[in-house]
Ligand binder design. Sequence first.
Ligand code: GTP
Ligand code: MG
Ligand code: MG
Ligand code: ZN
Length: 402
Amino acid sequence: MYKLKDVIQKFKNGEFVIVFDSQNREDEADLILPAQFSTPEKISFVLNYAKGMFCVAIDKEIQKRLNLYIPYNTQNTCTFTVTVDHKDTKTGITAKERSKTSKELANPKAIASDFKIPGHVSPVVAHEGGVLIRKGHTEAAVELCRISKLFPAAVMIEILDEKGDSHNKEYVKNLAKKFSIPITTIEEIEKYILLSQPTVQKEAEAELPTQYGKFKIFAFKNYFSQKEHAVLMNQTFNPSQPVNVRIHSSCKTGDIFHSLRCDCHQQLEFFLQFMAENKNCMLIYLDQEGRGIGFANKIKAYALQEQGFDTYEANNLLGFDDDLRDYFDALHILRFFGIKRINIATSNPEKVSFLQDCGIEILKKIAIPVSVNPYNRKYIHSKMLKKKHEILIKGEDSFENF
Ligand SMILES: Nc1nc2c(ncn2[C@@H]2O[C@H](COP(=O)(O)OP(=O)(O)OP(=O)(O)O)[C@@H](O)[C@H]2O)c(=O)[nH]1
Ligand SMILES: [Mg+2]
Ligand SMILES: [Mg+2]
Ligand SMILES: [Zn+2]
């Protein structure tokens, strides 16, 4: 699914890769090389073509083992340590000597006394939570090493163009093309991690008798986002048979207060009833309120909708994208239960394509009939028009009636 696989293959073999961060962040590209593969030639290339700050991204373990002091207050900024040279270097500045220092930073047997302080290489320490917590080049570089099963140290340097500009995308692309260097983004690295390792943990399970029937309830937690999700399923459950799944994003106003502004409560109620009447059902109730913008922002968005903006325009006016949700946690919940084949109750084509791309087989879509009223009319219409939701309108209802 992600071309990151090819990037990792090259990185594993000791080749350079280029990593862009997000446009909302530094909007820069760094040339990155596993430090263990440093050679004078490669370091010379880096100095000639990248021209930014010569750093070696390292993990916390290396920083501690080498006793690399962090002289700055580094809350949320780059965690640079003191500068170093390897003890066997003379001035420490030549490509050959910087290569030696970089390579030794990746040496798992290296000790503090192997390095002289100050020097000509700047180690910078990645956040322990990696790119899931901090979306910087340092974290990306160390993650690339980790994914590639290399020592967690990488030479990292910003690419500047002929004029010294670090934001020239065309220049970076041409450089990549000229030297066949693969390009990736921090976002792609993050997606790769979210797909390849479980994002949630099961915390607890119990029985849950409801007015619809007796179900089992599970609590799952994502320790990065601190989000807690609920999973309801039938008491007898066979994951090797197709499972009827609903992935529902929390809607306090709809699910709890039965708001008429949206169709959430109708969908939830339909599915709970469906669970009572059918076997092998699972409701994954995700803690991502207001399409991921949170409760307070959703209410702000409602206030804007009262002025005539639609649900997506309101999000955008508040500075958010249309939809901030993702379904990685839901994917890992399905994987946790060993579920591979599902019928899904949704109108949202994005949920379907995400799960399919991740290898979940979708056998059927279960349509949920919803009523239109004067308060949800525009909301439902916008979803159908702008996001291609396939919404089944109940009985006699039609948009023209409102
Ligand atoms: N930001 C924002 N979020 C909303 C608004 N109305 C509902 N929501 C949230 O939208 C989410 C539900 O999204 P929907 O688009 O209704 O449905 P869906 O989950 O994408 O698709 P279905 O599977 O068919 O339910 C919930 O998290 C609600 O809290 C709104 O006007 N603004
Ligand atoms: Mg950077
Ligand atoms: Mg919905
Ligand atoms: Zn709702």
